[in-house]
Design a protein around this ligand. Structure first.
Ligand code: AMP
Ligand code: MG
Length: 471
């Protein structure tokens, strides 16, 4: 045994049909790409040892703590609206849970760590691209103040991964307040496994919503967190891309950064994912899809209730409450983006007008808002006939610069730049990855010579129009 980690894995104490104990498959030549010092500190882990060869052995899955066997979690899910009764951790294992110094519990998961009983036809591996992408985007989301899973470490494995091409393998250590999904509930509801469904509900209540006294309370709190989360996505132009019910947490954290992307030009119908042909998960459709997903969660919770007819009625009201919570949050966020610390009809009208002007002129979402606080000009919005008039009416309400600066990022992880740093990484150069990571994890800071290149909007020919699940 190498490194003793203070694991306390409560999930392993749940009914055994909820997971499978499985060790990671060893890799040939692990090497660190990146280690997240600040996150290790936040978790109360020994960051020096974790970055040493002893830590590498653990974070590459080459050795596990014998007293805390890793496990793969079972879950199901609706993928693009189609029911899939059997998904689960097919390329990930929960190494264990750690309780941080402040008492908060976190999952430490290896992603890309080899086959599990849930792998179906997959190889259980990840190639470098999605690992670098998830590292950067999840850490950027965190820096933007958006609840998300995080990245503790990324390592290369030294082994090839076979996709359309032969690519370098990698493993991400993902940290989350839990990895429990809407699809985890669906898995047991579909099997009419009341024991597991009850145990899961009790576990989620104790872990994430200790003040929930009933199943209805629990649902209401999950709906509230998700409504606020989606409003925050909308506020930074984030398009998740694959909002299947297995990719929606009950903790309210963003999870699964497959084909995700940030808007360049503002367009509510924007879709990046190559497999989202109907635009189901388009930027502006995300609140509606969240409601659809939460309705699946409500359905999965019904069997726990004695009076099921009454529960259907009550849960329906709770789901219908999403819109009001989402809208209040969205109005507040967009008011702040315009420099107002509270939303009212005037701020709402101004933000809707601005968004319409942006859509008309294909203005960049991030740069338009960033420019408001510095009074920089924003092409092509400046050329729009109504922009000057809008600005005059906006200024008349005396927007507060500091409110804007704390809300409007100077930069977000741009898709075209992500693709460039992945290409460099495949060629063995991780310097661009590190530079981009440093830039996007300080999104509200003044740009410097080092960070400015990462704020650049793509030239028309550089615009990424399609992203891939990239497993
Ligand atoms: P995702 O689309 O990334 O949310 O993954 C959907 C399902 O496919 C999950 O059950 C994953 O564990 C599984 N999966 C994705 N990629 C692989 C892989 N390379 N090997 C095994 N399972 C995978
Ligand atoms: Mg997933």
């Amino acid at each position: 045994m190498t490194l003793p980690l203070p694991f306390d894995t409560s999930y392993a104490r749940l009914p055994e049909q909820m997971f499978a104990f499985v060790a990671p498959t060893p890799v040939s030549k692990p090497a660190f790409i990146q280690f997240n010092d600040a996150l290790a500190e936040r978790l109360g882990l020994d960051k020096e040892t974790l970055q040493s060869p002893d830590g590498l052995v653990l974070l590459s899955g080459n050795q596990v703590d014998g007293t805390h066997p890793p496990l793969a979690q079972a879950y199901a899910g609706h993928q693009f609206g189609n029911w899939n009764p059997q998904l689960g951790d097919g390329r990930a294992v929960l190494l264990g849970e750690v309780v941080a110094p402040d008492g908060q519990r976190f999952d430490m998961q290896l992603k890309g760590s080899g086959r599990t009983p849930f792998s179906r036809s997959g190889d259980g591996r990840a190639w470098l691209g999605p690992v670098l992408r998830e590292y950067i985007v999840s850490e950027a989301m965190h820096a933007l103040g958006i609840p998300t899973t995080r990245a503790l470490a990324a390592v290369t494995t030294g082994d090839p991964v076979y996709r359309d091409a032969i690519l370098p393998g990698a493993i991400l250590t993902r940290v989350a307040s839990s990895h429990i999904r809407v699809g985890t509930f669906q898995y047991f509801a579909a099997r009419q496994d009341r024991e597991a469904l009850q145990a899961l509900t009790d576990h989620v209540t104790a872990r994430h919503y200790p003040s929930a006294g009933t199943v209805a309370d629990l649902l209401r709190m999950i709906v509230e967190r998700q409504a606020k989360l989606i409003a925050k996505w909308i506020g930074v132009g984030f398009v998740h891309g694959v909002m299947n019910t297995d990719n929606m947490t009950v903790s309210g954290e963003t999870i699964d950064f497959g084909p995700c992307a940030f808007l360049d030009e503002y367009n509510v119908a924007k879709v990046f994912s190559s497999i989202d042909r109907q635009g189901r998960y388009a930027y502006g459709n995300q609140p509606r899809i969240a409601v659809w997903n939460l309705a699946q969660l409500a359905t999965a919770l019904i069997p726990l209730e004695d009076n099921q007819d009454a529960a259907v009625e009550e849960f329906t009201l709770i789901i219908n409450g999403f819109g009001g919570i989402y809208d209040a949050e969205r109005r507040k966020i967009f008011a702040a983006k315009l420099g107002f610390s509270a939303a009212d009809d005037a701020t709402e009208r101004l933000s809707n007008e601005l968004l319409t002007l942006m859509a008309d002129s294909e203005a960049d979402f991030t740069q338009t808002f960033a420019a408001l606080s510095t009074d920089a000009s924003v092409a092509p919005l400046d050329r729009h006939a109504s922009y000057e008039d809008w600005k005059a009416r906006w200024r008349a309400l005396r927007p507060d610069e500091t409110v804007m600066q704390g809300t409007n990022p100077q930069l977000i992880p741009r898709n075209h730049l992500l693709e460039q740093i992945i290409q460099s990484g495949v060629a063995g150069d991780f310097e661009p990855f590190r530079n981009m990571l440093a830039a996007v994890t300080a999104p509200f800071s003044q740009l410097t010579d080092a960070t400015r290149p990462f704020a650049a909007i793509p030239l028309r020919e550089e615009r990424v129009t399609q992203t891939f699940c990239g497993t």
